[in-house]
Design a protein around this ligand. Structure first.
Ligand code: TRP
Ligand code: SF4
Length: 400
């Protein structure tokens, strides 16, 4: 019904590290050549956990954006914006809240988990409980169907699908829907119309998912439908409702988890990160000091790459022949750890060079960032406003 549209957000954490790049940004950069993309800074999300330190928010937003553009996010192709500058997110959040059962939010797996993990903060707030619903609004307000996220976010996307389904079920009724749908079927033409009704019956009577897919494909190919008829026929295919909000899918990154220099997961809060634009000397030192297989106490002790975080970096940064050289050299004590680390250092420095170059114009002139974001917010708003018109109408709010 709607063309593919990619949406994702990231909390503003300031300048990014290579774990962010390989875990998310690299994927975003690829997607912008395949689909229309919307990427936003989730600043309201940051406040759900860090409401006590608003003074760090602004710098974190701009610093993170520099690294998005450094990585190759291209504002000519992609809509880049800041959540709090698009108030439609909050209106949809509010309206969805009316019909969202409390239990759905309480049962989000990360909820109790995070409250435990972030014990130093008081997260027994309404905002923190509601943040997965805010995320649902972020996605649904653009009717985006593809959402690149990490594994940990999949339950949120699942809940977003349920929210959309429930919304369409509760509010996707319109007076005379059945008659309008039947009239729209006629407008498909007799051959297509007949095929559509067959597929609809197969799905509704036998739960045949393949028929549902084929029915959707048939509608997607039918050029001569109005937007209203299209929505109706999508809804009529599945039941007797209009599809107002689109159920999204998670696009998982097959991302290797990058270890930090202490071997734990890379994270700023552990202080073990390699930044995307690290000073070359600092980068070299960090990797040279990085922990290795503890069995290699002396140069002559053989090691095991599987037990060494440096090996995880070789998996990302090295080609096959270097990887074979590491495996053999490590297990036979044929190479030393510093020797082994050098190809990783070289590959990282080479990777970062273009990032540094692309970042420079934004560092020289921060007003560039502001104008890209202002433009992105306008584009995002235009799409969000269209959805909100339909949402308000469906919820009985179109009288002004
Ligand atoms: N919750 C996500 C995270 O912590 C960030 C996010 C907010 C997001 N809104 C989103 C991701 C919408 C995808 C779509 O990583
Ligand atoms: Fe790790 Fe390489 Fe040293 Fe082996 S040789 S322990 S893989 S750094």
């Amino acid at each position: 019904m709607y063309a593919d549209r990619v949406l994702s957000g990231m909390r503003p954490t300031g300048s990014l590290h290579i774990g962010h790049y390989h875990g998310a940004l690299k994927n975003w950069v690829r997607l912008q050549d395949e689909h229309p993309c919307f990427f936003f800074v989730a600043d309201w999300h940051a406040l759900t956990t860090h409401y006590e330190t608003p003074e760090v928010l602004e710098a974190s937003v701009w610093d993170m954006l520099v690294d998005w553009f450094a990585a190759g996010i291209d504002p000519a192709k992609t809509t880049v914006f800041v959540q709090s500058r698009v108030p439609e997110h909050s209106e949809l959040f509010l309206l969805l809240a009316m019909a969202t059962p409390l239990g759905w939010l309480e049962r989000v797996p990360t909820y109790k988990d995070q409250i435990e993990r972030l014990r130093d903060r008081d997260l027994s707030t309404y905002g923190f409980l509601g943040y997965p619903l805010m995320q649902a609004a972020d996605i649904l307000v653009y009717r985006s169907n593809l959402v690149p996220v990490g594994e940990d976010q999949v339950p949120h996307i699942e809940m977003t699908r349920e929210i959309a389904r429930r919304f369409n079920h509760l509010f996707g009724r319109e007076p005379g829907f059945e008659e309008k749908a039947v009239a729209a079927v006629k407008r498909l033409g007799s051959r297509r119309g007949k095929r559509y009704l067959e597929l609809r019956a197969r799905y509704q009577e036998q739960g045949d998912e393949e028929a549902l897919e084929q029915g959707r494909a048939l509608l997607a190919e039918s050029q001569n439908l109005s937007l209203g008829d299209r929505e109706r026929l999508f809804g009529y295919l599945e039941g007797a409702r209009r599809v107002i909000l689109v159920e999204p899918e998670a696009v998982l990154t097959a991302s290797p988890r990058l270890p930090g220099v202490d071997g734990q997961k890379m994270s700023k809060s552990y202080g073990n990160e390699v930044s995307m634009r690290e000073d070359p000397k600092v980068l070299t030192e960090k990797i040279r000091k990085m922990v290795t297989d503890p069995a290699r106490v002396r140069r002559n002790d053989p090691g095991e790459p599987e037990k060494c975080p440096v090996w995880q970096l070789h998996l990302v940064y090295s080609n096959q022949s270097t990887q074979e050289w590491v495996q053999k050299g490590c297990r036979t004590a044929g190479i030393g750890c510093l020797e082994c680390k050098q190809p990783v250092i070289d590959a990282m420095l080479a990777e970062q060079e273009p990032w540094r170059q692309r970042a420079q114009p934004y560092l020289d002139d921060p007003s560039l960032l502001r104008s890209i974001v202002a433009d992105g917010c306008d584009r995002a708003r235009a799409v969000a406003q269209e959805t909100m018109r339909d949402v308000r109408e469906a919820m009985g709010l179109s009288y002004t």
